[in-house]
Design a protein around this ligand. Sequence first.
Ligand code: NAD
Ligand code: IPM
Ligand code: MN
Length: 369
Amino acid sequence: MSAHKKLLLLPGDGIGPEVMREVKRVIDWLARRRGVIFDIEEDLVGGASIEARGTPLSDGTLRLARDADAVLFGAVGGPAWDHLGFDNRPELAILGLRRELGLFANLRPAIVYDPLVTASSLKPEIVRGLDLMIVRESTGGIYFGEPRGIETLEDGSQRGINTEVYTTHEIERVGRVAFDLARKRKSHVHSVEKSNVMESGLLWRQVMAALQTREYADVALTNVLADNCAMQLVRQPTQFDVIVTTNLFGDLLSDLAAQLTGSLGMLPSATLGTVQPDGRRHALYEPIHGSAPDIAGRGVANPLAQILSFALLLRYSFDMQEIAADLEAAVIRVLGNGLRTADIMAPGAARVGTGVMGEAVLRELDKAA
Ligand code: NAD
Ligand code: IPM
Ligand code: MN
């Protein structure tokens, strides 16, 4: 058995393989310059796997993911597969991995790096210094609740159904992740739901409150309704430290938070499972953006969210804090040097494509080595 950490790369569709290529160059650099070697597997997921194997997530891929110390995911989906039913869509790859590996806590940090303070669509004074962590529940809620489906009624018209469900256990375990993270940050959790209209939201609020009283009296807890939270995020985002919320609200609020930082192309994420008796913990890392069909194949995608997702992987799963910090610092220096992909372009900056951006990160790593 190899002593090296097992890393599974799943590039996926659209810009997924384009941005993953830049991470592979970082991996090669680490081997060459730092002697850090991983045991790497790569496989197809999403539309690419549908084309090759007729399924978005094959049993073999799932086995590789279970066996890996960490999974780095690109993005899946695209117009070519939008006509497929919900039993065979590319998106099932990511949903299936979350579900099958029990990856219930999706951590989505939104950090405004100084050089990008003018890239946000909000005023610099509103977003400067933003360092927010969204903890999105990711194996429950309306994404997975039963019943679901589209049924035909007696008059021939149809009815679409999805169900929002949360249990005490599901709320507590994601709540603990949020409170534990807050303890290492500014000790403030905002819990976000719609307890004014949904029973599942009311239970969410009650369970979070009880958990805080019982186990986290040292951490401040503020309850916010999801609609107000969306407004507060654009009004004064720096009021937040850690936001913990449901699967669906977390999906929406994290895309919103991404734009606060300048672009969807900047936000990484980590999705963590339970710590198992042997100390192992399944974990998957991915940018929060999708396969971006509108720009795929043109070499213009921003690879930084994928590279920063790899930095999170090094930090959380491989305990390589120093290398992760070097990689993050290299990304910030590249931005400081004025290099920009189209999505974060600013007046006076140098516009570059995916490959040049990745190359620039390697050059900054060279300087630190
Ligand atoms: P998207 O995130 O792919 O794109 C939204 C917009 O942001 C587009 O204009 C795109 O060009 C831009 N963008 C995204 N990432 C970028 C990057 N790295 N650099 C520069 N610009 C970037 O969302 P969408 O268009 O709503 O969805 C497209 C497909 O992706 C759909 O099939 C959707 O289901 C899928 N999707 C997959 C994932 C995932 O695999 N985790 C996440 C979100 C969406
Ligand atoms: C995300 C994506 C996914 C989600 C899709 C592709 C299933 O939007 O990771 O944010 O909705 O969770
Ligand atoms: Mn999303």
